[in-house]
Design a protein around this ligand. Sequence first.
Ligand SMILES: NC(=O)c1ccc[n+]([C@@H]2O[C@H](COP(=O)([O-])OP(=O)(O)OC[C@H]3O[C@@H](n4cnc5c(N)ncnc54)[C@H](O)[C@@H]3O)[C@@H](O)[C@H]2O)c1
Length: 326
Amino acid sequence: MEIVYLSRNDVEGLDVTMKEVLEVVDEGLRLKGLGKTQMPPKPSVYPRHNCVMHPMPAYVGEMDVAGMKWICGYPPNPAKGLPYISGLLILSDPETGIPITVMDATWITAVRTGASAGIAAKYLARKDTSVAGLLGCGVQARFTLAALVETLPRLSRVRLYDLHAASAERFVAEMGPKFPDVALEICKAPGDIAAGAGVIVTAIPILREPDPEPLDAEMLEEGMLGVGLDYDVAWTQAAIRSCDRFVSDDIGQLLYGKEHSGHLRKIPDVIDAELGEIAAGVKPGRQNDTEKIFSMQMGIGIEDLVTAKLLYDRALQAGAGARLPL
Ligand SMILES: NC(=O)c1ccc[n+]([C@@H]2O[C@H](COP(=O)([O-])OP(=O)(O)OC[C@H]3O[C@@H](n4cnc5c(N)ncnc54)[C@H](O)[C@@H]3O)[C@@H](O)[C@H]2O)c1
C-alpha cells in the first residue's frame, strides 16, 4: 500500500484555479445544507499563548470524500518569516479507511478560505456591489480578493488597511497586476475601508487580547455584508449586532467555539442560517438591498476536503507528488 504525498510546491504546481475551488466548495456547502455531510466541531489546543492547533475531520456524502486536516495558527510566525497558518491534510478511502494521500494544507486553507468569503458574497452581498473593504493584507486576504473578483461581477474598487503599511503596499504591488480591472486603495485608518463598501472581509490575527476592534456599527453602510474570517476580533459587539441577519458556516462549531475558545462573546443569540443552507436553497440569501448581514466563517473541514479531493485527482492525472509506502 502506498500514499501520494503532495508537498506545498506540488500542491501549488497543480495550477488549480480559484474558479474550480469555488465550484467544489459551493457544492460541499450545498451538501452540508442538505444534511449530507458529517463534521464534528473542531476542538482546539493551545501549546503557546495565542497559538492554536485544530484537528478538522469530515465526511462529505455524495462526493464520498473522507479525511482530516490538522491545522495550526501561530500569530508570532510572520515575524519569524514563517506562515501564520500551516498544517497537513489526510484523505482516507471511505470504503476501507486506508489513507490515500497526505498533503500540505497551507495553500488549501488559504484558497478555500478565500473561496468561502467569495461564496458568502455570491449569496449574501448586493448584486450591484462594486466596492469591497479588506482588513488585514495577508495570505487570506489575497485569496479573498481572488474569490471576490469571481463572485462579484461589478467589483471595481477594493479598500485596504493593514496595521503594517508595508504589508498593504506589498499586497498592492503583488495583487494589482493580477487584477488590473480592480483599483486597490490603501486607507489611512481601519474604519475607512467600510466607506461605500458593499462587502467587508476581515482577516487579522486572532489574539486573546486584541487591539481595540477597528470596525464599529456607525461605519457600516446600509445593505453591506460583513464577513469575519478572524472570529469576532475585528468588530465591536455593536457592529455585529447592528446587522439584521447573522449567518455562519457551521452553527455547531460556532457555539462550540463560543464555549471553549474564549472568543465569540459578541455573536447574537439567534443565528439565522448556515451558509450551506443558503447554498442549498433551504434558507433565503439576501432578501433586499438594505438589510445588513454578517457572516462569521470560522473555516470548516468540508471545504478543505473537497478542495483536497480536487488536488488529489489532479495529482493522479498529472503523476505529481511522491509515492510513499504506508
Ligand atoms: N476562517 C477561516 O477559515 C480562516 C482560515 C485561515 C486563517 N484564518 C484567520 O485569518 C487571519 C489571517 O490569517 P493570514 O494567514 O492571512 O495571516 P497573515 O499573517 O498572512 O495576515 C494577517 C495580516 O493582518 C495584519 N494585521 C495584524 N494586526 C492587524 C490589525 N489590528 N489591523 C489590521 N491589520 C492587522 C498583519 O500585518 C498581516 O498583514 C487569522 O486570524 C487566521 O486565524 C481564518
